[in-house]
Design a protein. Structure first.
Lengths: 146, 128
């Protein structure tokens, strides 16, 4: 399929077309749900021998309205970010609109050894940090030799 | 909570440019009296934020301050660089002296008013 841009010298339309053609040329078929990366909120996951640490980069939220659920080893972070731009006056012009607005939901599958009753979540500077302790029985232990 | 760190670059700019940085998403709205810019900078504290206006260039830089437990090993990382940078060119009618900034929950709100002489005036139409 060939897309013709509406304006002959629109460089951005050309770049869009280039991206589509490259995608075709290299036969990459993107997932129908888009790429996992670049979503809102971005997630970093890490672990220590004692805990699993999840960082959700979710700026501009009301901490009281963030939902964090842990069910059967699956951690879900969901909520809604309201659009701050909609309430402006009619004469305001929106020049750039890149920030996410709307409902979001992200899911992380946790390892088997976490303790669902020992979850800690705090929200600071727009980063939600969830720390889940591992079960004591799963922590590495040094065995004393008698 | 209005303050603006408007200092000359504390480090050589060339070095700052070499460092990899994330491009934060922004919203820019213009109304009759000025421009409002919102930028998502999760993880950036007030101390880590560096805003500069030099001539007609606005630079937003932020360093993340995450509290990471000792010995943590990352297993999945979508954010791999701990800093943000984005540069904008201001137009002449904006007044860089009167920029105000606010940082809350990782969202920076910048208000850049238009200079007095550039404020909108209603032009009277004379009918003869």
């Amino acid at each position: 399929m060939f897309y013709r841009s509406l304006f002959p010298r629109d460089v951005f339309a050309d770049l869009d077309r280039l991206q589509r053609e490259l995608q075709q040329a290299f036969d990459v078929s993107p997932s129908i749900r888009g790429l996992g990366r670049g979503g809102y909120p971005a997630l970093n996951v890490g672990g220590t021998p004692q805990s699993v640490e999840v960082y959700a980069f979710a700026p501009g939220l009301d901490p009281a309205k963030i939902e964090v659920n842990l069910e059967r080893g699956v951690l879900t972070v969901s909520g809604e970010r309201t659009d701050t731009l909609g309430n402006g006056d009619a004469k305001a012009a929106l020049h750039i609109n890149e920030r996410f607005a709307g409902r979001f939901r992200r899911v992380v599958s946790l390892p088997d050894d976490v303790d669902p009753s020992a979850v800690n979540a705090d929200y600071r500077d727009g980063v939600l940090h969830i720390s889940i302790r591992r079960r004591a029985s799963a922590m590495p232990r040094r065995i004393e030799i008698q | 909570m209005n303050d603006m760190t408007k200092t000359a670059a504390t480090e050589p700019q060339a070095r700052a440019r070499e460092e990899a940085a994330l491009l934060p998403p922004v919203d820019v709205v213009e109304d009759a009296s000025g421009i409002t810019l919102y930028a998502d900078l999760p993880g950036v504290t007030r101390e880590g934020l560096n805003l500069r206006v030099e001539a007609d260039t606005l630079t937003i830089e932020g360093e993340m301050a995450l509290q990471v437990p000792e010995g943590m090993q990352a297993s999945h990382a979508e954010v791999q660089v701990p800093r943000y940078r984005r540069v904008f060119t201001l137009s002449k009618e904006l007044d860089p002296e009167k920029v105000s900034a606010e940082l809350k929950h990782g969202v920076l709100k910048l208000r850049i008013p238009k200079a007095e002489h550039a404020q909108p005036r209603k032009v009277e139409i004379r009918v003869h």
